[in-house]
Design a protein around this ligand. Structure first.
Ligand code: 0O2
Length: 219
């Protein structure tokens, strides 16, 4: 009987989470389409990669416990059950992606958190945008909150490794480890700045090369 009850509960969770899966899948298709448009136009795209996930039932319950959210209120109050991550090459691309999201009519921005200007105490950096996204299901339209995390490849490298280390060590990392992770987050800031500077130098060199080529062609 207990097993049957548990299976029924899992079934209810599956049904509740299905529209979240739909929202994540649709958004991935849409952001990939933006990348495709840039590619066809032969233009540089501020989006490098798009991934997404629906939070597992166990992480939802863990977060509910941590935040003291009663289970019936979970789907209303947890805004990151559906999550989409947009990875950019350069930090300035993040701003362009946020603007792109603000301009869209198929998603409504309800909140923005800038962990780039002010990183989290862990050293975590990323730009979070919460949107409301409408999906059509057999039971009619549903409005799904989706957390879109926008970050550079370097920020993502740090966050993915830090997340897995924190998870492995039960979230209570020794202080000296947290300090080293913080220092490596600083290294990510320098790396992003250096990559942008290298790109600027290349663009400048290309610009002056083109200018010289035009002068030669005119002569
Ligand atoms: P997962 O496995 O990615 O789903 P809180 O738990 O209070 O920090 P809150 O208030 O719900 O989070 O929202 P916040 O701060 O915007 O964080 C939501 C998500 O951002 C997290 O989800 C992570 O994905 C990411 N994040 C936030 N802080 C950190 C951090 O210090 N390190 C890393 N690596 N990621 C972070 P979950 O539920 O924690 O995890």
């Amino acid at each position: 009987i207990v097993k049957g009850g548990m299976q029924m509960e899992i079934q209810l969770w599956r049904e509740a989470l299905a529209p979240y899966r739909l929202a994540v899948d649709e958004l991935i298709v849409k952001f990939n389409y933006i990348m495709e448009e840039y590619k066809i136009a032969g233009k540089y795209c501020p989006i490098e990669q798009v991934i997404g996930r629906v939070k597992s039932i166990s992480s939802i319950l863990e977060k509910a416990k941590k935040k003291n959210i009663p289970i019936p209120e979970l789907t209303k109050r947890l805004e990151d059950i559906a999550g989409v991550r947009i990875i950019c090459q350069f930090e300035e691309d993040i701003r362009k992606v946020v603007e792109m999201i603000r301009q869209r009519t198929d998603m409504k921005v309800t909140d923005e958190v800038d962990y780039i200007t002010k990183s989290k105490p862990s050293g975590y950096r990323s730009y979070h945008v919460i949107v409301e996204y409408r999906v059509q299901t057999s039971e009619g339209e549903k409005v799904i909150p989706v957390e879109i995390q926008i970050r550079t490849l370097a920020m993502n490298f740090w966050a993915v490794i830090e997340h897995s280390l924190r998870y492995k060590y039960g979230k209570n990392l020794p202080q000296h480890i947290s300090q080293r992770l913080n220092a490596s987050a600083e290294a990510v800031i320098s790396l992003d700045a250096e990559m942008a500077s290298i790109r600027d130098e290349i663009l400048e060199a290309q610009g002056s090369f083109r200018q010289r080529a035009n002068v030669v062609a005119e002569v």
